[in-house]
Design a protein around this ligand. Structure first.
Ligand code: MG
Length: 490
């Protein structure tokens, strides 16, 4: 750690001007926080993580000005679960959210759970959510009821609408579940303000979200704020504005990533213009890996195994960049294990806000952000999927995958131009021990050579089953909580 950054730790974390003699010390101003969360963007999708045929210059600059994590895992490899994890600091199964909630869901994130904005509100933050929510579309579960002062966005995924992959209306075939979905509601506050009916409508989403984010930042120069910017892209169906259509060498997916990069640039510019960049922590990450059966409309895992919907690294490991001038040294690379569930306790530590009262699973990764090489706050990670299946356990570089039925993309021709290819949702994956240092692609099972490692990881799994349960082993788990639930009166 450089002296500059060690000093910033010793003198307190917050930027404050030096008072003249006789003046009282100014109250430390906690940093603003901008959390940008992508949808289905893979580990290999930024140029600073190896993306091909397009560039993401604003994100690459963000990486060079702060820290780039290389072993950062999402809470779970699917939308709603992942979002429950990042916003509560818990494994999603602890708070009763699994899979992706459909437009007819009667459940949502339990309003009794404490979210990042609720934690930061104890330190008087202004809070906004912009973009995809997907933690319950019913009013009781929308962002305004979960700690956010304002909200603009879609309540669930952008493919949950009565439109086919080619942009034509869904067929009236009763087997086509899309046919029964309403047009996508664009929600402002708690109210629907517009219906998103066509791909042309969707091509405006990234710009709409960006304009709202810029407005929110510009309106809150004087008080600390938390902006949760959850893009609908690059989840299919892909849509891009005319500003970026045809601009990449990698078709629609590259165009969409270029527009996302533009959006990040607009946010960074707005922070600079308002003199807020020095006291703002910007975090950029993704909810899960790429939906690989969409072929050229899917992202890249950068060589990791499987993708979205699988607990192998391709489904779970995501890019993560953080910039916080004066605290995070430019050009830091962190190869230690960390997760989206660690963001909540880290922000609580930075802002000196109390942690949620209920048990959480995240750990404070501030020492990693500050470049402390000796720190290793997250030793283990539990890879749950489906409703409550413990599919793998990780400790350090070792990952033990349990025998489980799960998704595989292997053996199927990928789709193209917006249409999906097939996947097998019930492939019987075998037990395997992988050394992620030597074998990040999880190709070489070495369990027979390291029985002591297998035994140690199985012990961690046994403790997890007592705590959180495991559908594969038919274990209940003592410490799971219920989602919010609306009883159907009619
Ligand atoms: Mg997703």
């Amino acid at each position: 750690m450089s002296n500059l950054f060690r000093n910033s730790l010793l003198t307190g974390l917050f930027v404050s001007s030096v008072p003249a003699i006789g003046q009282s010390l100014p109250k430390p101003q906690p940093p603003n926080v901008v959390l940008i969360f992508m949808d289905d963007m893979g580990y290999g999708d930024l140029s600073c993580y190896g993306a091909l045929q397009y560039k993401t210059p604003n994100l690459d600059r963000l990486a060079s000005q702060g820290v780039r994590f290389t072993n950062f895992v999402s809470a779970q490899a699917v939308c709603s679960a992942s979002r429950a994890g990042i916003l509560t600091g818990c494994y999603p199964n602890r708070v009763g959210i699994s899979g992706a909630l459909m437009p007819d869901a009667k459940i949502g994130l339990n309003p009794d759970e404490e979210t990042i904005p609720e934690v930061l509100k104890k330190r008087n933050y202004k809070t906004a959510a912009v973009g995809k929510w997907h933690l319950g579309h019913l009013r009781e579960f929308l962002p305004l009821q979960q700690g956010f002062d304002e909200y603009l966005g879609l309540p669930y995924s952008n493919d949950m609408w009565p439109v086919n992959y080619d942009g034509k209306p869904a067929s009236a075939d009763k087997n086509d579940r899309k046919f029964n979905y309403p047009p996508l509601p664009l929600i402002d506050g708690n109210e629907k303000v517009r219906e998103i009916k066509t791909l042309d409508d969707q091509s405006e989403l990234t710009t709409l979200y960006t304009e709202r984010a810029v407005r929110f930042i510009s309106q809150h120069k004087k008080e600390p704020f938390f902006l949760y910017m959850a893009h609908s892209m690059p989840h299919v169906p892909l849509a891009v504005s005319s500003k970026f259509k045809g601009k990449s060498q990698q078709g629609m997916y590259g165009d969409v990533l270029m527009e996302i990069d533009w959006s990040v640039g607009e946010i960074l510019k707005t922070l600079e213009k308002n003199g807020l960049d020095k006291n703002t922590l910007v975090i950029f990450t993704s909810d899960n890996g790429p939906w690989l059966n969409f072929g050229n409309h899917a992202g890249s895992t950068g060589g990791l195994r499987e993708g979205k919907g699988a607990s192998f690294e391709g489904g779970q490991r995501v890019p993560c960049l953080m910039k916080w001038p004066g605290h995070i040294a430019p050009g830091t690379v962190c190869n230690k294990l960390a997760s989206t569930i660690d963001i909540l306790p880290t922000l609580a530590s930075i802002t000196q806000a109390p942690l949620p009262e209920k048990k959480i699973d995240g750990v404070n990764i501030l020492p990693l952000m500050l470049g402390n090489e000796a720190a290793n706050p997250r030793e283990t990670f539990l890879y749950y999927y489906r409703k409550n299946s413990l599919e793998a356990v990780r400790k350090g570089d070792w990952k033990l995958v349990f025998a489980h039925p799960g998704r595989t993309y292997v053996g199927f021709r990928p789709g193209a131009d917006g249409f999906p290819g097939s996947v097998n949702e019930n492939f019987q994956h075998e037990e395997g021990l992988y050394d992620l240092r030597r074998d990040p692609g999880e190709r070489y099972d070495v369990k027979e050579y390291y029985p002591e490692v297998v035994a140690e990881l199985k012990k961690i799994a046994e403790e997890a089953r007592q705590d959180l349960g495991d559908d594969i082993q038919k274990a209940e788990g003592k410490n799971r909580r219920e989602p919010g639930r609306i009883e159907t009166a009619k």
